[in-house]
Design a protein around this ligand. Structure first.
Ligand code: NDP
Ligand SMILES: O=C1O[C@H](COP(=O)(O)O)[C@@H](O)[C@H](O)[C@H]1O
Length: 506
């Protein structure tokens, strides 16, 4: 039996106004996601896309470029009729936040277009631009009156990541945006929440009765969150060298995983209840002193190495990276959560680039059996009990436990019971942005980050950022590309008598 909690609300007619329409994100993810929604019949009949660029581009030229992008990045075979219908809805308009009158002209053109396309005045502004443009664009939208509600028509603002670069800048951006649109109309994207495997953490925990009784400090020894990538910095040197692994991944993506795993059960499945529970657990992360942050963290930077057939050059030789860079491409942290459920249960987080394997997972390690009844294998030598939530590339949930090896004598070995999504569900491949964009259309921000959660996340990592900045090159470990990362990341757990569930490479 299938039980659906799907919202019955059909999307209103609206205009989607994309800033950064000529950019990579729009071509790679947003338009392919809109295509998938169109093919599934999930776009409103009356709909248009307004592509904003600082250049002078004709709509025809923009449509051709988006069609090229769609052909390159579509996750499914492109049906020409669906693509044509979608791209027919696209109009290019020039506007530049450094030229305020261009936003007044934008308002006039948009109003005419809305009247011609019958979109009812509902507007979804999507800021698919570099983050330093979020504040200037939104300011101009506000000043030019484009965000003002008019005759009940809604105005929504979608903001890409990264949301700030530290606690102070995230607070400033929140204050700025909330001065322009109310929280419920603000959609701060974290693409991890578009992943089915991430959304399923909520369902796994709260649609089953068997996990909750053991989901606490009495039964769980510790939690490991791993986001390991094989990719290096690639062409993103200027962004990445100013950002580093911690800012790029931890307060957003890894904390999404942490909050879904560690939150209290919300009483309702709605944006307010779920986001309040997530924010509460992020606020409960113990904020260490800078000294303790240094003691409970490891940072590394990759040097040249080999991953399969690919040779990876030294991070410091990458394009737009400083030859003396002390930016970390690897971060591991030990965090504690100060509440009744998790007191004394460490959360170990690690993420890095140019590692030996791509692996994104949450591993929940249960406490050992309390007593050595089986003399053949002392408790300490039994395999460890893990529940592993595989996000990527393994989309799975697996339980690791001990079993009797068949035979006349008692002998014990670790075994694994695994649920793989692909064995149960046949779903067409998607970009991961479909659900997020659809939720913006129907006005459901359950999968988007609220201001308090964003700030709680930055507050928890700020001592690490400060400590590392002051330490400079001290403590930065160099690891070869294609390896497990810095050896000290193993030591971080070993000193607590623990180890990572599985090395990335053996
Ligand atoms: N690319 C990706 O795969 C992903 C990107 N993101 C996020 O999406 C956002 C966009 O990324 P991406 O598309 O790669 O970036 P791009 O560098 O491709 O830039 C997008 C577009 O933004 C416009 N733009 C640049 N600067 C300004 C400015 N100061 N004011 C107004 N418009 C400006 C440009 O268009 P024009 O010159 O035509 O005005 C540019 O084409 C970023 O926040 C990124 O972190 C998130 C997940 C994945
Ligand atoms: O936001 C980002 O995420 C990607 C990793 O995303 P994933 O879905 O492949 O796990 C990361 O490569 C990038 O540096 C970061 O900006």
């Amino acid at each position: 039996m299938t039980v659906s909690t799907a919202s019955t609300s059909a999307p209103d007619r609206y205009a989607m106004v994309i800033f950064g329409v000529t950019g990579d994100l729009t071509h790679r993810l947003v338009i392919p996601a809109l295509y998938n929604l169109a093919e599934a019949g999930l776009l409103p009949e009356t709909f248009c896309v307004v592509g904003i660029t600082r250049k002078e581009i004709a709509s025809e030229e923009l449509r051709a470029s988006l069609m090229d992008g769609l052909k390159r990045f579509a996750t499914r075979p492109v049906r020409q009729d669906v693509a044509d219908k979608l791209l027919y809805c696209v109009t290019a308009i020039s506007a530049d936040p450094s030229d305020p009158p261009s936003f007044d002209r934008l308002r006039e053109r948009l109003e005419k277009l809305e009247a011609a396309r019958h979109t009812g005045g509902n507007r979804l502004f999507y800021l698919a631009t570099p983050p330093d443009a979020f504040a200037p664009i939104s300011s101009e939208l506000g000043r030019a009156g484009l965000l003002r509600e008019d005759q009940g028509a809604w105005r929504r603002l979608v903001v890409e990541k990264p949301f700030g670069t530290d606690l102070a800048s995230a607070k400033a951006l929140n204050a700025h945006l909330l001065g322009l649109v109310p929280e419920h109309e603000l959609y701060r994207i974290d693409h991890y929440l578009g992943k089915e495997t991430v959304q399923n953490i909520l369902v796994m925990r709260f649609a089953n009765g068997m996990f909750e009784p053991i989901w606490n400090r009495d039964h769980i020894d510790h939690v490991q969150i791993t986001v390991a990538e094989t990719l290096g910095v690639g062409h993103r040197g200027s962004f990445y060298d100013a950002t580093g692994a911690l800012r790029d991944m931890v307060p957003n993506h890894l904390f999404q995983l942490l909050s879904l795993v560690a939150m209290e059960p919300p009483s309702q499945f709605n944006a307010h209840a779920v986001r309040t529970a997530k924010s509460a657990v992020l606020s409960a992360i113990q904020i260490p002193s800078e000294h303790d942050a240094l003691a409970n963290s490891v940072r590394g930077q990759y040097s040249a190495g080999q991953i399969g057939d690919t040779t990876i050059e030294d991070y410091r030789k990458s394009r737009n990276v400083s030859p003396n860079s002390t930016t970390e491409t690897y971060a591991a942290l030990k965090l504690n959560i100060d509440n009744w459920r998790w007191a004394g249960v460490p959360f170990y987080l690690r993420t890095g680039k140019a590692l030996g394997a791509k692996r994104t997972e949450v591993a929940i390690k249960f406490k050992q059996a309390p007593f050595a009844m089986f003399r053949c294998t002392p408790v300490q030598q039994l395999s460890q009990n893990y529940l592993v939530i595989g996000i990527e590339p393994a989309e799975s949930i697996s339980l690791q436990f001990n079993s009797k090896i068949p035979g006349p004598q008692i002998a014990i070995d670790g075994v694994e019971m695994t649920f793989r999504y692909k064995d149960y569900f046949k779903v067409a491949p998607s970009t991961g942005y479909e659900t997020l964009i659809h939720d913006c259309m129907i006005g459901d921000n359950i999968l988007f980050q609220r201001a308090d959660a964003i700030e709680a996340g930055w507050a928890a990592v700020q001592p690490f950022l400060d400590g590392w900045r002051k330490a400079g090159a001290d403590g930065l470990q160099i690891y070869p590309a294609g390896s497990n990362g810095p050896a000290d990341a193993d030591a971080l757990l070993a000193r607590d008598g623990r180890s990572w569930r599985e090395p990335l490479v053996r």
